[in-house]
Every structure is written in C-alpha cells, then in structure tokens.
Design a protein around this ligand. Structure first.
Ligand SMILES: [Zn+2]
Length: 684
C-alpha cells in the first residue's frame, strides 16, 4: 500500500515545480519567500459564506495564471519552485572546482551528466540499443521471464509489479508482494472506456507509441503495427486489473500465498524462475495483491504470440528511456505526456528537469545537502511541539465523540498513542557509495541509480520491517501517513512558508502546517486507516456497531463530495469520485477540526487583537484556504479526477469549511448559505 500523502505529485518526480507570475519561468534567481497569509490574495467582492475558496484565493488566482511550462500552479507549487532553486544552487556549487565531499561529488556529477546535452546527442540511440538487442534475442517463454526480471532489476516497469511491503497481518516482518501492473497510461479506464475523450486518448497514444518506435529505428509501417500490438496487450492487462476505487479496501489486496500456490495458478509465466532471476533473496511465501490479474495474464501469455510480447517489452524499454535520450525522444515524450495528457504548453527548462532527475535518483544524498543548508534542529523541535498539540486535540476529540463506545475509544487512544512522528529527515543517511556515476553517461547513471534502489528494496524481503526508511526525500513539499508503520512524516521541504513561518502568529501556522499535521493524523482513522490497528496490522478493532456508524458517516462524506464539479468544458462536466477521494476528504475535514481545537487550546477564547482586520479564527481559516489557492489546466483536472485520491483545491477548502461549525461561527455564516452544509458530514 502506498503511503497516504497530503497531495499527489503525478509526475515521476518528487519535486514538482512552478513559478509565479512575477518571476519568469526562465529566471535564474531564487523566487521571493512566499507569504503564509496573503491579504492581497483575497477577493473582497465575494461573500466568504457563499464561496469561501473564491474569497480566500480569488485575487491570487487572477494574478497567478499557470506558467506555460506547468499544468498546475498553486501555493504548494510555489514552494516547490522555491525549493528547486535552492537545490539547483547546491548542485551548481557541488560541480564547481574545489574540494568536495563524496556526496557532493556524486550528486554534482549526476546533475552534470544530465546537463551535458551535447554528449547525449552524440550518443544518440546507443544507450537503448543493447537493451533492445537483448529483447530481440528472446526465443522462449523462459527467456521472456528472464527479461522481465532484468527489466524490473533496472527499475523498468513491465507486465506486473514486484516489491516489498510489511506483512498485512504481522507488520514487524516485511515480505514480498506481487501486484497488477504493466499498463502505460495512468489508469485502466483509459483503455476500457468508450466515451469520445477516451477514444481520442487511445488514438493519440497509438500515434505516440508509433513515433517512439520510429525514433528507435523502425520503419513507419512497422512502427504503426507495433503500436497496435502494444495497445492490444495493455488493454488485456487493463481488463485484468482491479479498479482503483475498489483497491482502497485493504481486504481486496490481502492474499497471502506460498510461492508454489501462485506458481501453480499461473503456470504459463514461470514465477519461480522469475523470483530466482530477480536478484531478491529466496522466499517461500508472499502476498499476491490481485490473484485474478495473474490468472488472466496467464491466459494472455498463452494466446498472445511471443513475438508480440517482445514488441511490448521493447515499448516499455523505449518509453522508460525516452526522457534520458536525445532531444527528439524527450520532445515526443513531452508532446504526449505533458502537452496532450496534461495541457502543459512548454517543456520545463533543462536544468529543472535535471534537478528533479537528481532528486529522483540520489534524493537522500541531495537531501542531506538540502537539510544542512535549510533546516536546523530547531525546525525539528518547533514542529514536534505542534504535532504534540494536535495529538492532544485528537485525544480530546475522541473523548467527545457521542457516537463511539468506550470499548472502541480505548483502542483508538491506543492507536493514537502509538503513532510515530518523523520530522524533517531520516536519522541515518542512505549510503549510495556503491552507485557508479560517470561523467557523460546520463542514461547509464539513471539506470544504475534505479537498479541500486531496486536492490535496496529487495533486500527488505523476509526481514524485520525498517520503520526508519523514509518514502520521500527531504526537499519534497508533501507529508504522508503509512498505515503498516502507523507513522506520520513531514519532510523538511514542507516546514516553511506558506505552511509555517516563524514570523507568523499561531492562528496562521495552525491553519497551515497545523491542518497538514491533523490531516496526516486523521489518515490513521479514515475509511482505510481505521482498518489497521496500533501495530499496523490489518485487523478490525471496532465494535460492530461503531464500525457501522463510521461507515454511515463516511458514506455521507462520499456522497457530499460526489456532487462537487471538478471540470466543466466543451468536453462536458466531470464530478469528483467521492469514493476514491473519501480517505483524503475525511483527513481534510478531521485535520481542519483538530488544528482548530489545538489552536483554541493555546490562545483560549480571549479575544485576540485583529490583524489585517481579521480575528484569529478568521486568519486560521484563511491561512488554511490559501494553502489551496491554485489554477489547473482542464486536461490536468480531468486526469486527476480519474487517478488522484485528493480533491482539487477548491473542494479541499470549500468541502471542509462547509462541514465546520467553527467556520460558520468565525465568519457569521447563516443556515441556508452555500458554505453551511445542510447535513454536515463528520467522522472526526
Ligand atoms: Zn492525505
């Protein structure tokens, strides 16, 4: 199970980047510090009780159009842009002549190889050729299995997924998981739906696959046929895949089996051989997240000719290498994935892509330099204090729940008390010294760093769970909760304005990072998290009656958000999927409530002086709303409705405040106004 994040970054890379209207995208100087509370963002012509998001963000949205090299531009993205400039400076210094630590030398050399476009052009298709030749040499089904194992070892996705995860019933042990996978478009729906937009997407995908095959050296008519083969195979894999919303229920993924059992269920694909070739330690049992997928793919392996599978594996390789190769490959990759799928008008400047690539490949080395530069021990301490305040608020909140029995409450306290807080960066830094980074070998460097990460992951299999291993790099502007670990994690990158500022009053900081902390904490108790106990095991700790009442409340939230419109354009109106976004919406509502309680515990009910004309409560809600100010392309918004478990900014703000009695009070909203829900939905 993936960690639950405060928001989704959909590119491969952890740091998304953006640029404000005041700074041109090609600017070389660090963008100014982002205000935590921005009065100039507010649109005072709007009534906050009618449309709070428009009130908090209206002027900001007008003044901050999406830069041409972005698909979304929001306050999160502003901060990510800020971080990317800091990281670029670190990388530039690491490359400059002079004395450097081993870590600096390594990240500098990696970044340098990415920036060295002339060598990349000179090498042409060479980095790809040996990979494609190996695939051309496949003669038997056993060769096919070996090739898939080799690709997985090199971090190239194909056919299915193989990775370690804590055992769902004994989280102290990490075991092997295999799961559905192998499609290239981001969701099975792209392959299976018949509405005009999905049909158009598949047509564009076919043309894109053909173009990349041509760049790899195939004749146009051959490449066109190959594209059709790829689409047919991936459609088969999509049909065998489970729907994203259904997968949110841990029960749907809980299937522990012996290697012999799954090998017997899918005899056409020799999984025993695959495991032996994978480079993972030997194991005898594993979790098969979607057994039906393997049964269906087993049939597909029989009906689809070996030659077609070779075409598919060549495609997966070319697609993975495209961003690492010449301008022609990079351009075609952008035209489909950036421009067509997401509405991005221009590709990002090379240096930004290279900063992101370095973060992706050597993020924990780069992260050390980032933390040394930006984040001291005092940052850790300040955040920890807020976390404790919000945990206390949750204890108080559980105590006050009318609908929950004392039996369930006791277990809920136990889970809350067990949550581990990870703040800023890991205790020990990852050792990358075995990764070979060569000047002038960008593709090789990226593949070797990927292979290192795969090996590092495989080594976790059948070992005690490593709870100290972070899932995000320190410069990342994000946060996450992990159910099997029962931990909340805040990378250094998010612990700054607009989320947290030393210069701001408590109301603003609690509306920013406070709500983020409350959000992650609530994930331990949302529709998914509540199914895991204090130790991180998938085990029901609720009385039957309390469980039912929670589900009723969750259903209220799911229905409420299903009415919210995300995109309305010439291709029609798209509403949110309330079931897919249920966990995040529950966390948004809970986070807002907990942070407000924690703030009240500090400042009490004594009237605090107005700042910028706003009370402390109003500043709290405005700071919260302004975290979500954003502009998004229609294409990106459409994509996110399908695959993103988070609601768009407008509904993250308006959805949560319309369920909040404290908000109603702060702005004097009246029953019947849009920001006062008729039936407020509330779990926590
Ligand atoms: Zn979340």
């Amino acid at each position: 199970m993936q960690p639950t994040r405060i928001f989704s970054v959909l590119s491969m890379l952890l740091i998304a980047v953006l640029c404000s209207a005041q700074t041109s995208p090609s600017s070389t100087s660090l963008p100014k510090e982002i205000p935590s509370f921005d009065v100039t963002a507010i649109d005072k012509t709007i009534d906050p009780c009618v449309d709070f998001y428009q009130y908090a963000c209206g002027t900001w949205m007008k003044n901050n159009p999406i830069p041409p090299d972005k698909t979304r531009w929001g306050r999160f993205d502003e901060l990510q842009e800020h971080n990317i400039y800091i990281v670029r400076d670190l990388l530039t210094e690491a490359q400059a002549p002079g004395k450097h630590t081993a870590v600096e030398t390594m990240v500098g050399a990696y970044y340098g190889s990415c920036m060295d476009e002339s060598t990349i052009e000179k090498k042409g298709n060479a980095p790809l050729t040996s990979e494609l030749e190996r695939i051309n040499g496949i003669k038997t089904k056993a060769d096919l299995v070996r090739q898939v194992a080799t690709m997985h070892r090199n971090f190239t996705p194909a056919l299915f997924a193989f990775y370690p995860q804590p055992d769902m019933h004994d989280s102290t042990e990490t075991i092997a998981f295999i799961d559905q996978g192998g499609i290239t478009l981001l969701d099975r729906d792209y392959y299976l739906k018949d509405d005009p937009k999905s049909v158009e997407t598949r047509q564009n995908y076919l043309e894109h696959v053909q173009k990349l095959f041509e760049l790899a050296g195939d004749k146009p008519e051959v490449a066109a046929a190959e594209a059709k083969t790829v689409l047919a195979i991936e459609t088969g894999l999509a049909q065998a895949s489970m729907d994203r919303t259904l997968r949110r229920d841990p029960k749907s993924r809980d299937h522990k089996m012996t290697v012999a059992e799954i090998a017997a269920a899918a005899p056409n694909f020799d999984l025993t051989l695959y495991f032996a070739e994978s480079g993972a330690p030997k194991f005898t049992s594993l979790n098969v997240s979607n057994p039906d997928f393997f049964k269906q793919v087993n049939d597909q392996l029989n009906t689809v000719p070996l030659e077609d599978w070779k075409v598919y594996l060549r495609w997966k390789t070319i697609n993975e290498y495209a961003p690492l190769l010449t301008k022609a490959f990079v351009e075609e990759d952008f035209l489909f994935n950036g421009k067509y799928m997401s509405g991005q008008q221009e590709i990002e400047p090379r240096w930004k892509r290279c900063v992101k690539s370095t973060d992706m490949s050597l993020g924990m080395a780069l992260g050390k330099l980032y933390v040394d530069r930006t984040f001291g021990p005092e940052g850790k301490e300040r955040t920890l204090k807020m976390v404790q305040g919000i945990e206390n608020a949750m204890r108080q909140d559980i105590g006050q729940l009318q609908w929950m029995s004392d039996t369930t409450k006791k277990k809920a306290y136990e889970k809350l008390d067990t949550i581990v807080n990870n703040i800023g960066y890991p205790d020990t830094w990852r050792d990358y010294s075995s990764v070979v980074i060569k000047p002038g070998d960008y593709a090789g460097n990226s593949v070797r760093a990927g292979a290192f990460e795969v090996q590092r992951q495989y080594k976790k299999i059948d070992r005690p769970t490593d709870r100290k291993d972070w899932s995000m790099t320190p410069p990342t502007v994000n946060a996450y909760y992990r159910a099997p670990m029962n931990d909340i994690n805040f990378p250094a990158g998010i612990l700054q304005p607009p989320f947290y500022s030393k210069l701001m009053d408590d109301a603003v900081n609690y509306g920013g990072i406070g709500v983020v902390i409350g959000h992650e904490l609530t994930h331990g108790f949302d529709d998914q998290g509540r199914k895991f106990d204090a130790q991180g095991n998938f085990r029901d700790w609720w009385t039957a009656e309390d469980g039912k009442e929670f589900e009723r409340r969750a259903d209220c939230t799911a229905k409420e958000y299903s009415n919210f419109v995300s995109v309305k354009d010439d291709k029609g109106e798209v509403r949110l999927n309330g079931k897919l976004t249920l966990g995040e919406n529950t966390a948004d509502n809970g986070g807002l409530k907990l942070a407000y309680m924690a703030l009240t515990n500090i400042i009490g009910n004594t009237p605090v002086k107005l700042i910028d004309g706003y009370t402390a409560a109003q500043r709290f809600f405005l700071a919260f709303g302004q975290v979500w100010c954003q502009n998004v392309t229609d294409q990106e918004a459409r994509k996110r409705v399908l695959i993103d478990p988070h609601s768009p900014g407008r509904w993250r703000a308006n959805g949560a405040v319309q369920n909040s009695a404290a908000f109603e009070q702060a702005f004097g909203c009246k029953t019947g106004q849009p920001m006062v829900a008729e039936n407020a939905c509330r779990a926590w």
